[in-house]
Write a protein that binds this ligand. Structure first.
Ligand SMILES: *Cc1c(COP(=O)(O)O)cnc(C)c1O
Length: 355
């Protein structure tokens, strides 16, 4: 606490991102990055963009990028908003589109940034417990609220809702914004973008950080009714008119257009996930069924903290999360087959071998 701080600052509980270690020879399976590189076309577009034009401000409306997103998702640029990572898009959505007088709803096990934004904006919230299978039950969200955020697939569990369930939720809460955070949707779930046409209260948020292997570029976007988008633009232009650099706009546009690269790299990750799940269940782990590029695992005979420490000694970093219900679980990002074999070998050296 400093006497120079606004009192609000002392009360903040900032989000703690997964570690980005600085030593080499480390296998990083803790922040759900893609093991394969970004679209080669996107990389060359950005290399070519490193020129004299960088002295000029970027397009504050990111028109070309929004147009590309609109064509890939079969919609129009008026329904597309872009931001500096989906974290920023989510922050603007919490600020612009949630009724401040009633609690916002999200799951007790979900993306850790949701309660953090509520803290920053003074937004009351209520955490809705996942059911006993660690799944979101839509009927639990049919209560008075200021708005809803749902990660689909859910962060940290990997469980995905059907479009029917999302559509029903939108109908149950016609006067509240429902944010569907699709950070992991490309790893085996169905996107709710098509539903935004019939439901004016649905905002679908996506990111280039996971499936498009561009976490370092910081680009995210939202698709929804033009009134929602206009609310986001009003907040954005009251905060930072140029959140996306010229390079980010050009690279993101090329990456989004390269759907072939997306399909092949995410396909490889999904195949590796299936193989990894097989081996891990042979080692006696409980594994939640995952539609994301990570799996949440628990071993009845080994504490998560011990496994985390043992793997770390062997230079493999996975993630232990703070939500009380999954304290004894570990979240493991899916890397290449070779990387997953390295993890299995490390577990074997810690005494975990097939039963
Ligand atoms: C990774 C992640 C994000 C943030 O993505 P950025 O675009 O890198 O800010 C948002 N939501 C969920 C559920 C995530 O897992």
């Amino acid at each position: 606490m400093s006497r120079f701080w606004n009192p609000l600052v002392a009360d903040l509980h900032p989000y703690i991102p997964g570690e980005q270690p600085h030593f080499t020879d480390i296998l990083k399976l803790n922040t759900n990055e893609l093991p394969y590189g970004p679209s080669p076309t996107a990389l060359s577009v950005m290399q070519e963009g490193c020129n004299d034009s960088l002295r000029l401000y970027p397009d504050p409306t990111a028109r070309d990028l929004r147009q590309t997103i609109a064509s890939v998702y079969d919609t129009v640029p008026e329904r597309v908003f872009v931001g500096n990572g989906s974290d920023e898009v989510l922050a603007h959505a919490f600020r612009a589109l949630i009724a401040p007088e009633a609690p916002m709803l999200f799951a007790d096990v979900s993306y850790g940034f949701y309660p953090v934004y509520c803290g920053l904006f003074g937004q009351p919230y209520q955490e809705i417990p996942l059911n006993e299978r660690f799944e979101i039950d839509i009927e639990d969200y049919a209560i008075p609220c200021g708005g809803i955020a749902i990660a689909n697939p859910n962060a940290n569990t990997g469980h995905a809702l059907s479009l029917g369930a999302i559509s029903r939720l939108a109908t149950l809460q016609p006067d509240r914004t429902i944010i569907i955070d699709e950070a992991y949707v490309d790893f085996g779930a169905e996107s709710a973008v098509s539903l935004t046409r019939e439901h004016d209260n649905l905002l679908v948020v996506q990111t280039l950080s996971k499936s498009r292997a561009l976490a370092g570029l910081r680009v995210g976007y939202a698709i929804g009714h033009p009134d929602l988008i206009e609310g986001l633009i009003r907040v954005k232009d009251s905060f930072n008119s140029y959140p996306l650099s010229r390079l980010a706009q050009a690279g993101a546009s090329a990456a989004i257009a390269d759907t072939a690269w997306l399909t092949s790299t995410t396909g490889r990750v999904m195949a590796s996930r299936d193989r990894f799940v097989q081996v891990m269940s042979g080692l006696g782990f409980d594994i939640l069924p995952s539609c994301a590029n990570f799996v949440l695992v628990h071993h009845p005979a080994h504490k998560a903290g011990d496994l985390l420490a043992g793997l770390r000694e062997r230079h493999i970093i996975v993630r232990q999360l703070s939500a009380p219900r999954i304290r004894d679980w570990l979240r493991i990002t899916i890397g290449t087959d070779d990387e997953m074999s390295r993890l299995i070998e490390a577990l074997a050296s810690m005494g975990l071998t097939p039963r």
